[in-house]
Design a protein around this ligand. Sequence first.
Ligand code: HEC
Length: 256
Amino acid sequence: MKRTTANLAIDLLAAAFFLGMLATGYILYFTLPPGSNRTLALWHGSRHQWGQVHFWLSTGFLAILLVHLALHWKWIVVVLAQRFGLERKVEGGWILGSGVLAFLVVASLAGLFAWWTEMSVQEREPLHRLVGEPLDGKDGLTAKEAIQPTAGVADKIDFWKEVYPIIEKACLRCHGPRRGYGDFRADRKEDYFGAPGKQAFVIPGQSHQSSLIAIVTGQRPDMAMARSHLLPDREVAVLRAWIDAGAPWPEKEPVK
Ligand code: HEC
């Protein structure tokens, strides 16, 4: 390939990557805004996945820019040398050497940056504040609402239709027939109400005293995998309403 053809190809590629960055940036800003990761998808991709596409497009763009600079390196060195009156000293070795040096400087800056972010990263807020955040800015309960007494809704709660599906979705993969962390089976009634010699996680009528609620609202940050136990406020509210209604657990799941 001739040099000009290579340059043209590189520039076209750079333009394509740049447009891709712009498009995914638009998607992340407008179509799938922050907080929409769990609720929205575009062409089967969540916000999180589009964020990754955006990152790799930027990385590719950077790589193409570096190739572009490398192809023009001789020109850059000569122009700079002229600018500082050194053109008579410039020879082949100079060009290669300064190229390697520039690359090393850029690479160590990138490494320093990665190290700096690694050292500076911090936990933003205690776990229970995360739960207080509205789910999607629209339909989430605030932390305050989620702790209000739930009497009134309580008698409308249907265990198998509303409560159990939450547990099934959020807990069974770690506390089910296949895996039973902490000697707790989320699909066994007696494990909630305290079999002889076992702790009760649910105290009927008293959601405030029930450690099940403490666990799913992040008030037990000390326990193993605390984050895997957090539930969105709406689901917490359902569990609370169920407990405050006396935590009825009818014998069998009705045939659907
Ligand atoms: C990703 C895996 C995972 C998920 C999902 C999960 N748990 Fe756990 N759970 C654990 C682990 C690990 C422990 C700690 C076991 C231990 O300390 O021995 C635990 C402990 C517990 C305990 C015992 C706490 C204690 O004080 O002994 C309860 C109750 C519990 N989980 C309930 C739940 C409920 C309810 C859900 C669903 C909202 C859930 N878990 C989801 C992994 C999980």
